[in-house]
Design a protein around this ligand. Structure first.
Ligand SMILES: [Zn+2]
Length: 164
């Protein structure tokens, strides 16, 4: 690679990233499909069950503002359920303070969440959703604490906490 090319590439890459962000389609992706037929609800059915904020996260794969959820500081013993269908997803003893501003867990209840890769921020991220209703919960990263090394970064609005 000659000097001109490398300099041009240096300028092109950030420019292209910005353009991609600007030209990002406004239409959001529909959330994942439910695994159980009875949870394949229509948009209107979901809208009548959920608050507009929870609908945006669970059904349109939105993200709440960091540090906005009271569940971020929830330290009681209990279980975190899917706000869409009430399936238990996380136990409080797997919750930890990641400092990110979102409720974070280093493990989920076995079989409760499924993952898929999304490219919403250009860089691929692993999205995860409730295995029963398909409702979007958050993203899972590989920078969590041991023993799993996972960080499930969850939207508080997608969860319902049930204390013990
Ligand atoms: Zn669910």
């Amino acid at each position: 690679m000659n000097q001109f090319l490398s300099r041009r590439t240096f300028i092109l890459i950030p420019t292209m990233s910005i353009l991609k962000l600007i030209s990002k389609p406004l239409k959001v992706l529909a959330s994942s499909l439910a695994s159980k037929e009875e949870w394949n609800l229509s948009k209107d059915e979901w809208k009548s069950r959920l608050s507009p904020e929870s609908y945006y996260i669970l059904r349109e794969e939105g993200t709440e503002r960091a540090f906005s959820s009271p569940l971020n500081n929830e330290k009681r013993k209990g279980v975190f359920h899917c706000a869409g269908c009430d399936l238990p997803l996380f136990l409080s003893d797997k919750k930890y303070d990641s400092g990110t501003g979102w409720p974070s867990f280093w493990d989920s209840i076995k079989g409760s969440v499924e993952t898929k890769v999304d490219f919403k921020l250009i860089v691929p991220r692993t999205e995860y959703h409730c295995s029963r209703c398909g409702g979007h919960q958050g993203h899972v990263f590989n920078d969590g604490p041991l023993p799993t090394g996972k960080r499930y970064c969850n939207n508080g609005l997608a969860l319902r906490f049930v204390s013990e």
